[in-house]
Design a protein around this ligand. Sequence first.
Ligand code: BGC
Length: 595
Amino acid sequence: MAQKTTPPVATDTTVQNLDLTWWRNAVVYQIYPRSFADSNGDGIGDLPGILSRIDYLKQLGIDAVWLSPFYPSALYDGGYDVDDYRNVAPELGTLADFDKMVAELHKVGIKVIIDIVPNHTSIRHEWFQAALKAGRGSAERDRYFFRDGITKTVNGKTVELPPSDWESVFGGSAWEQVPDGQWYLHSFAVEQPDLNHHHPEVTADFLKTLRFWSDRGVDGFRVDVASDMVKNLDYEILPSWKQIKDSKLWQPGQHPLYDRDETTDHYRQWRKVFNEYNPPKFAVAEAWVPPERKHLYASQTGLGQLFNFALMITNYDAADFRKVIDTNLEETAATGSSNTWVLSNHDQVRHATRYGLPFDKTTTPEAVARDWDLHEGKTVPLDAELGLRRARAATLILLALPGSTYFYQGEELGLPQVTGIPEQDRQDPTFFRNYGIEVGRDGCRVPLPWVSGAPSFGFGTTESSHLPQPKWWGDYAVDQELADPNSTLNFYRQAVALRKQLLDGEQLTWLDFQVPGNPAATNQVLAFARPLAMNPPALSQHSEVNVSGQWVCVSNFGNQPVPMPDGDIVLASSPLPNPAQLPGATTVWLTRCDA
Ligand code: BGC
């Protein structure tokens, strides 16, 4: 009799404990694979490169990595233009490399989150190619949004216009014409046609993709453009761009392009797939939605967690931080999920640079930074030292907050934004579609420096680097920072390790901190307490058993020192020349024991 075979399932539970809520307070490290580490010297980071740096990731103490897309792609949008959702780009490795990387990360207790891009495919995806061939009115075109254009007579001449005046996120029209005259919708780059998620094959295929990677052992998914995945273009005449932009015109959940109610029906189906696994797979949504809609994505019947990007667009200011923290903790509590704190990612100007630029209350720090990059610093002065000092102070606040923290590769080295990348080396479509107005995101995607004196600063084995690295990049190289006890890398390592030891529960209590006779300085200080874990190893100097108390975080956003609050100092974001004082742009963690 033939023996029954069992399908391969991810059974690597030896090291991962089955904590169903591991993600609630996880420290997640975003890897942008093409810029992380290059194993074969072709100038492109790859999966074996990640494998070779597992010890580095382990020493950083993170709980999970999130990998930006590593799928086959022509890189029209840095890999967010996917040719095939169930494969690895050949220049990045193979599925076997992927499996090995996952297994080795799991061995050291690091979970793996991958990016899933459901809003659009690449024009090279087999569905889009089939749609082009099959022609107008075909079933193949129904997987996307193909429409006829509008014919008009202008000055006696017949011209054909796109089906609507909608704009793409990267600039220019959101419609592109194909040779037979029809147009397709692309919310992002021309090469990223939007998928029609009302089509059952599209729905089914994404469920298949989720199972494919889940079976290979990934622990979760970051869902790209999660809130805008489902669209309704069922209009006789499509609304104008002005109407689209006017959110007041649309009932909640009924906007043609964003945050539609049916989106959450899809995610409920995704959740069912996630729950087929033990522990269930995790997901975090990239969704810029109003507070009252957040629960639809963050609930445990939906994706489960939602990115909170608020701090990325907040000035380095005590009152602004406090407002963002309060609002987001409240909103997240209402969803039953945990918060996500982020200062940088592959789409934003690195925060060490943002914080070195002057405040502008009329716009976002991100906009100030982009403008500064565009003019290569000519119009706005940058104080890079202050920027880094503030960045470290902000990181120490983040790591003391309830919820998970997302790091972006290189921030642990204190990397600044790279500016002045020559036009011929630029890759980001935002640069090319907004010529002279938008500088794009390449400046935060420059390959990491690992070894100061090595070719490509140790990113790879040759001089080759897919985006040019500046001459001074070696100053931030891992080898340099490891040798310096006050480096940003050593600071990150200590902070993450300590957080793990001190963390207990998700409660936060604001503390009243006063600088006697100085209300202005008082207003620049944030102080809060968290419950202190019982007997954290960091406090082993306390010989009493059952040490309990408070883990206190105090941050001075001002320029002048303030008196150091009571408690035992366990970590400061910058050196403390006088332990009786908390310097400006510095955060300190203290413990206060009950005993
Ligand atoms: C990703 C971007 C990408 C866009 C289109 C975003 O939210 O983070 O990097 O360009 O989606 O996929």
